[in-house]
Design a binder for this molecule. Structure first.
Ligand code: GLV
Length: 322
């Protein structure tokens, strides 16, 4: 009898997914769900050929050197900046992610955060909960118009396009976008989106949403200089990755009302949040939950499991990155 591959599931996942993996592999789990330090992760991966990871596990050259038996890391996320893909390729380790299954759910949340930010939903709720609401007033928590406004999208992949469709078809917004490469004409027409330069995007958008992957190139793509190019009435939403926005510069800009408001689902150094962001009122803060519906999180875990099973049984994964 040939021995079964051994895998580590680095964070707690749905019991049904673990059970399915146990049909194929020797499985080690992390039932306490505390993220491993890099040293603990390397220790847990000894003797393992596969890993199911999340954004909290970094697979880089040092980890790969310490874990020579590893052959695949299947990330439960569409973003994979926790993977050093060139180092994985050099070490002969396959990387996979979970595209498509989260696109619409994440776009829904992008829109939820945009609307909460523009219409000051959490700021006004805090006011109410604090017992400060003693009369109605004409200008109370007056926010920015969403319908008919200009929606700017930085990063026009699958999620950016799904947000564009919501904005254009659902809210009658004029959609402009900037991306490394321009979309083909048919996709632009379907999303009713016009390509503009990054400078035009910053200057024209009433609501700017960031959906660009994190890389050295997108690090601090929005900092003080970019915020200075935005309208003082504009809002900014980041559902992409921490580090794309310079959070310290954003906190200053929000306090000084250089833009009206921001909505952030991702943060530099999360789960820590820049302390200045916690004290400015005009920001909506959520803990990296854009894809968090039970159905979608289950679909993401299932796809990561399918990648592991397909790789070890057929030699090829469903959504490989290298
Ligand atoms: C979540 O942030 C993901 O990349 O799927």
């Amino acid at each position: 009898m040939t021995s079964r591959p051994a895998i580590l599931i680095a964070r707690a996942v749905f019991p049904e997914v673990v059970a399915r993996l146990r049909e194929h592999f020797e499985v080690e789990t992390n039932d306490l769900d505390a993220p491993f330090t890099p040293v603990e992760l390397a220790q847990r991966l000894q003797g393992k050929q596969g890993a199911m990871t999340t954004g909290s596990e970094r697979i880089d050259a040092a980890l790969l050197a310490a874990c020579p038996e590893l052959r695949i890391a299947a990330n439960i996320a569409v973003g994979y900046n926790n993977f050093d893909v060139p180092a994985m390729t050099a070490a002969g380790v396959l990387a996979t992610n979970t595209p498509d299954v989260l696109t619409e759910t994440t776009a829904d949340f992008g829109f939820a955060l945009l609307m909460a930010t523009a219409r000051r939903v959490t700021e006004s709720e805090h006011f109410l909960r604090a017992g400060l609401w003693n009369r109605w007033a004409l200008d109370m928590f007056a926010g920015a118009e969403v319908h008919g406004s200009i929606l700017g999208i930085l990063g026009m992949g699958r999620i950016g396009q799904a947000i564009a469709r919501r904005g254009a078809h659902g809210f009658g917004m004029k959609v402009i976008y900037h991306n490394r490469s321009r979309l083909d004409a048919a996709t632009e027409a379907e999303c009713q989106a016009s390509y503009v330069s990054k400078d035009q995007l910053l200057a024209q958008a009433d609501h700017l949403i960031l959906v660009v992957p994190y890389s050295a190139e997108s690090h601090h793509a929005i900092g003080a200089a970019e915020i200075a190019q935005m309208k003082p009435t504009a809002t900014l939403v980041n559902i992409a990755r921490g580090g794309i926005v310079d959070d310290a510069a954003l906190a200053v800009a929000l306090r000084e009302k250089r833009i009206a408001a921001a909505g952030l689902d991702v943060f530099e150094g999360e789960p820590k949040v820049h302390p200045d962001l916690l004290t400015v009122p005009n920001v909506v803060l959520t803990p990296h939950i854009a894809s968090a519906t039970l159905k979608t999180r289950r679909a993401m875990a299932d796809l990561a499991a399918d990648n592991l099973i397909a790789f070890f049984t057929r030699g090829e994964a469903l959504t490989p990155l290298n």
